[in-house]
Write a protein that binds this ligand. Structure first.
Ligand code: HEC
Ligand code: HEC
Ligand code: HEC
Ligand code: HEC
Ligand code: HEC
Ligand code: HEC
Length: 472
């Protein structure tokens, strides 16, 4: 009897907890602001049309004008194309009204996320205020944590190295000054008594510190040789390669701040051997109407380096780059027509495997997707912690790094054979995807019999180290 009473209390309190939880979730307009800012502002505003319709009070508006409920909004925002293809009348009508402009799909947003988004569109000012308050709180907490970490003496080892170099440099300088004095002294025909004393004291001191000097020379020689060695090891390794592009196109602005999906632009990654660079038509989906840069973000480095006087100059530069793109492709933003010759932009290729290597994106971002996401989660690939940010773009980060934080793309890994092979050795294959299930069922059974259920099948076990798989 007593036990049942207790269970009941537990159940009730759990229910109350869950109710308050979902309540606070449903009404977090601050989170909604953040989601809207990251995902929707490339095409929507709260007030006024942009590429898509204005979204203030969209939930209420669709209910009043079209009799559509929240379910419709969930379906539309997650995958508008699927909704249209299901024959939904309003979805097709609004699509036609906007000249068949495709909205992005957001399969990564949950119902809760969309509730937050809608709460924001119902009360944009409140949402922004809530976001700012939460951000200020978080920054204060981060700062406190950072200060605490600092006083714990992080970075001591780099400190020691730096001090070592300073001491070494001082020692060499001192020797140089001494030698110089000696040379001067011998150059003067007659050594006056003080100089003679200096010369004598130098040779004495030199005798005394010969070992130290020897050691210093030894260390320097070692550092030099080590650098040469790494230089040679690095032949053909282009990690960090970051060429200048004909248009200053920032991935941080597009993929990071605007949150545009990698595959919106690199759409062939899924299907083909190559990801490909988007054609200018893709750019013009948005830039027919985005003619100026009006964002808050600018690269502070460009001001700090003295390239631009202040943030406004950097923003003007961004706008100038949009204009440069129009010029390059023959678009007249005044008349909204192509008037010049329509040419492709000649982007400089950054990643380029030699002809004798076969690499397929589809193999990795489709068949290997779950395997790679798991490797990131479990930290078995380099830098996994900083890549683990959720969302589908992560699979690209595994090889290309945090492109969403790069203004100009640079090579984030070595892209050598050793790098490919290392990942194949450590990454567990996703045996549940359709392809592997069919092709490796027998192998999997065999391994299970031999080693038991817990065996990890890594890529090397399915032939990922065979020369012929990567070389023609
Ligand atoms: C790449 C541009 C683009 C992005 C990004 C985008 N949309 Fe859209 N959206 C559109 C366009 C264009 C339409 C008009 C319908 C069409 O052409 O498909 C639209 C229509 C809508 C509608 C229907 C509005 C109405 O009046 O019926 C809603 C709701 C909507 N979008 C929500 C969102 C939300 C929420 C986000 C962010 C999570 C978002 N959209 C991101 C382009 C975009
Ligand atoms: C708005 C379109 C757009 C989006 C979104 C986008 N990219 Fe790009 N990407 C480009 C363009 C244009 C280039 C060529 C210019 C350059 O290298 O910056 C490029 C170049 C690249 C390159 C270098 C290609 C080479 O030459 O080897 C990589 C890697 C890349 N993108 C990865 C990504 C990843 C990962 C994401 C998602 C986080 C992403 N891109 C999102 C347009 C886009
Ligand atoms: C889905 C919409 C979308 C697509 C596609 C798109 N852009 Fe943008 N672009 C934007 C938005 C939004 C901004 C920022 C505008 C702002 O904040 O006022 C922007 C800013 C820019 C800027 C100025 C900032 C910077 O990155 O230097 C340039 C240049 C630019 N885009 C070029 C391109 C090029 C080239 C392509 C095609 C490879 C492209 N964009 C594709 C939406 C898009
Ligand atoms: C397993 C590692 C790996 C993953 C995961 C990966 N890439 Fe790549 N990517 C490469 C390699 C290797 C190249 C060079 C290919 C070549 O030269 O043939 C490349 C080249 C590119 C290029 C240059 C153009 C081209 O196709 O050669 C772009 C753009 C690109 N990747 C974008 C992406 C995007 C977007 C994603 C996520 C959807 C992604 N990559 C995921 C390894 C990877
Ligand atoms: C981040 C980890 C990672 C990196 C880096 C990587 N791969 Fe892979 N690779 C995988 C995974 C996971 C699979 C298994 C995909 C599947 O399930 O079919 C795979 C499969 C393959 C296969 C098919 C193997 C088979 O037996 O079917 C080839 C070929 C391949 N990779 C080539 C390359 C090349 C070339 C590079 C370097 C340029 C590379 N990979 C870099 C993770 C990686
Ligand atoms: C997982 C993919 C992969 C496998 C398996 C693989 N290779 Fe490679 N190999 C590469 C890549 C990628 C390069 C190009 C590296 C570069 O350009 O830096 C390469 C380069 C080479 C080179 C040229 C080296 C150079 O310095 O230019 C030789 C030779 C070679 N591989 C032989 C082999 C042999 C032999 C095997 C089988 C034992 C093998 N490879 C297996 C991916 C692979």
């Amino acid at each position: 009897m007593k036990a049942r009473f207790l269970t009941r209390i537990r159940l009730w309190s759990a229910a109350v907890l869950m109710a308050t939880f979902s309540l606070t979730q449903a009404q977090d307009a601050g989170k909604g602001y953040e989601l809207f800012d990251q995902n929707c502002t490339a095409c929507h505003q709260v007030d006024g049309k942009l590429i898509g319709p204005e979204l203030r009070n969209i939930e209420q508006r669709l209910k009043d004008e079209q009799g559509l409920g929240k379910e419709w909004l969930y379906a539309w925002i997650k995958d508008n194309k699927a909704l249209r293809e299901s024959g939904d009348a309003y979805a097709n009508k609004i699509y036609a009204e906007y000249n068949n402009t495709e909205m992005l799909a957001f399969p990564g947003l949950s119902d809760g996320d969309i509730d937050n988004l809608l709460a924001y569109t119902a009360d944009p000012d409140g949402g922004k205020a809530a976001y700012d308050a939460a951000k200020a709180e978080k920054e204060a907490a981060d700062k406190a944590a950072k200060d605490a970490a600092k006083s714990n003496g992080g970075g001591a080892s780099t400190g020691i190295v730096a001090v070592g170099f300073v001491v070494l440099a001082a020692l060499l300088l001192w020797i140089l000054v001494r030698v110089n004095a000696l040379v001067n002294a011998t150059a003067a025909n007659e050594l006056d008594p003080t100089v003679a004393k200096t010369a004598k004291s130098f040779s004495e001191t030199f005798e005394k510190y010969k070992k130290v000097a020897g050691l210093a020379v030894g260390v320097l020689a070692f550092v030099g040789l080590f650098n040469i060695y790494w230089g040679m090891m690095g032949v053909g390794v282009d990690k960090g390669y970051e060429p200048e592009q004909p248009i200053y196109f920032s991935h941080k602005v597009h993929a990071g701040i605007q949150g545009i999906d990698c595959q919106y632009c690199h759409s062939s990654a899924k299907y083909g051997k190559v990801s490909g660079i988007p054609s200018t038509n893709v750019c013009m989906n948005c830039h027919k109407s985005i003619k100026e840069y009006k964002g808050e973000y600018f690269e502070e480095e460009l001001v700090a380096s003295g390239k631009f006087a202040d943030g406004n100059e950097v923003k003007k530069f961004y706008t100038g780059e949009i204009q440069k793109m129009y010029k390059a492709i023959g678009w007249n933003p005044e008349t909204n027509k192509y008037e010049g010759t329509q040419k492709p932009i000649e982007w400089v290729r950054i990643h380029n495997m030699p002809d004798f290597v076969y690499f397929s994106h589809a193999q990795h971002v489709v068949a290997g997707e779950q395997a790679i996401l798991k490797a990131i989660k479990e930290g078995t690939i380099p830098n996994a912690a900083e890549l683990n940010i959720g969302g589908g773009d992560q699979v690209c980060f595994a090889c290309h790094g945090r492109v969403d934080e790069m203004n100009e793309v640079r090579m984030a890994n070595d892209f050598t054979m050793g790098w490919c092979v290392e990942c194949h050795r450590t990454t567990e294959v996703d045996m549940d995807n359709g392809y592997n299930k069919e092709y490796y069922a027998e192998l999997h059974e065999k391994l299970k019999k031999q080693y038991g259920d817990a065996t990890k099948v890594t890529v090397d076990a399915i032939g990922g180290l065979e020369c012929g798989k990567c070389h023609y």
